[in-house]
Design a protein around this ligand. Structure first.
Ligand code: URP
Ligand code: ZN
Ligand code: ZN
Length: 461
């Protein structure tokens, strides 16, 4: 099947052009003005609209057993929500418990996605333990097409690893040319502060950020950077939330440490006062690292604009307010962590980033697509618009005006952290390897379309 997208303004990370895009099968084959559609081709009129490369979310959780419960989305619901929001590729964290078999967990995560996802997907493989069996499994998983690991310096007893395991995981990654993504918080400090707060009767959701202040995250970043410097591993800090943590990462980068930084859309548009809302409502806004003081937002936006921060993700982790967040009604440490936002990342970046002059359209494409593809061995198959690339395209209407609501969202969760927020712009048409999956903002795709993306490590070892 051929597809022609006509009369749009093509925006990539470094170019802008009024041109048509012609796709044959799964691939972009021609770009230029006045292209003619052959008989039988599907034609999409993009007059007045932008044509972006498909957006890539580098950090989501779909299959996630966590804190005594399970995140709500499946690939059926999550991939549809992603596509409606303009995201055509998901990179999911595969997070086995420490007691789980590593290879078996990878196969389990893959089975949850294969044949069920409407968009393409791949994984960061969680190294939640390190011993001989784990090492062999990780080597095998890299052979099967995964070129990034995930480690946690937090979540003691669940996913967290100790310093010996951290050192050995980074050495293996260095040897294999694999990038290591890392959740950076000092877990001992978190546990101590949680104990102190609960002992003082401070049990509400608004205490969550008191248990994990910026220095706890900065210490985690500094810790990882020390180990990265010693081992030479390539690292990627996930969900960086504050100035203190960014300072530590940038200091390490100046010393020559290989480190990329991801922030989240939540930190760019929400602050800690949302988690301090009266009653238990703040539980909707509990995630880790926590929402921060508003002053950090400028630091993060400027970091994106200036190329100090490479990517914007969601860390999508949906837990129902009515039946799951309330596990922590009397104890904030038991509130399942996560703020769902897979569907809104792109429109919020456009509304609060581009429209408010904090970043431009090219920077938006760069941080939400191109840099992700480059960091995780998907470029130039994904992350740009050029002949030979996958035909993952987003026809984006900048003039659309909408309102976010849990009632209309596709994510399988009973609330929206952005309920009632007004948005500017919308992914009108979205394609997955040449097939239209969203038309007029509505999902029209197939839950069998998505493919597992095999990635080969590209870092020099
Ligand atoms: O609060 C969060 N971030 N939940 C998901 C798990 C993680 O730490 O990435
Ligand atoms: Zn995390
Ligand atoms: Zn996460």
């Amino acid at each position: 099947m051929a597809l022609l997208i006509k009369n749009g303004t093509i925006i990539t990370a470094d170019s802008r052009a009024r041109a048509d895009v012609f796709c044959e099968g799964e691939t972009i084959t021609r770009i230029g003005p006045g292209l003619e559609a052959p008989a039988g081709a599907e034609v999409v009129d993009a007059t007045g609209k932008y044509v972006f490369p498909g957006f890539i979310d580098p950090h989501v959780h779909i299959t996630l057993p966590f804190m005594g419960t399970h995140a709500k989305d499946t690939y059926e619901t999550g991939s549809r929500a992603a596509l409606v929001g303009g995201t055509t590729t998901l990179i999911e964290m595969c997070c086995p418990a420490r007691s789980d078999d590593t290879l078996g967990s990878f196969e389990h995560w893959l089975a949850q996605a294969e044949g069920k996802s409407a968009c393409d997907f791949t994984f960061h493989m969680g190294a939640t333990r390190f011993d001989g069996a784990t090492e062999s499994a990780l080597r095998e998983i890299v052979r099967r097409g995964v070129s990034s690991f995930k480690i946690f310096l937090a979540y003691k007893g669940a996913f967290g690893i100790d310093d010996g395991e951290l050192y050995r995981t980074l050495k293996l990654a260095r040897e294999l040319g694999v990038v290591v993504t890392a959740h950076c918080e000092n877990e001992t400090l978190v546990a101590e502060r949680q104990r102190e707060l609960l002992a003082a009767g401070k049990t509400g959701p608004g205490q969550h950020h008191e248990s994990r202040p910026p220095l706890v995250e900065a210490e985690g970043v500094n810790h990882l950077m020390t180990f990265a410097e010693l081992t030479g591993a390539h690292t990627y800090i996930v969900h960086l939330s504050c100035a203190e943590a960014l300072d530590r990462a940038l200091a390490a980068r100046r010393r020559g440490v290989n480190v990329a930084v991801e922030t989240l859309i939540q930190y760019l548009v929400l602050d800690k006062t949302w988690a301090e809302r009266p009653g238990f409502d703040g539980a909707k806004y509990v995630m880790s690292p926590p929402l921060r003081d508003r002053s950090n937002q400028d630091v993060l936006w400027n970091g994106l604009r200036d190329g100090l921060i490479q990517t914007v993700a969601t860390d999508h982790a949906p837990f129902d307010f009515g039946t799951q967040k309330n596990m922590g009604l009397n104890d904030f440490t038991k509130i399942p962590n996560g703020i769902p936002s897979l569907e809104e990342r792109v429109v919020l970046l456009h509304t609060f980033g581009v429209r408010q002059g904090r970043i431009d359209l090219h920077q938006m494409v760069n941080v939400a697509s191109t840099q992700v593809a480059k960091a995780f061995d998907l470029f130039p198959r994904k992350g740009t618009i050029q002949p030979g690339a996958d035909a993952d395209l987003v026809v984006f209407d900048p003039d659309h005006r909408g309102t976010i609501s849990a009632k209309t969202q596709h994510m399988n969760v009973d609330y929206s952290a952005f309920e009632g927020w007004r948005t500017e712009g919308r992914a009108s048409v979205v394609t997955v390897r040449g097939e239209v999956a969203v038309r007029d903002g509505q999902f029209v795709g197939s839950n069998r379309r998505g493919q597992f993306l095999r990635r080969a490590p590209s870092r020099r070892t």
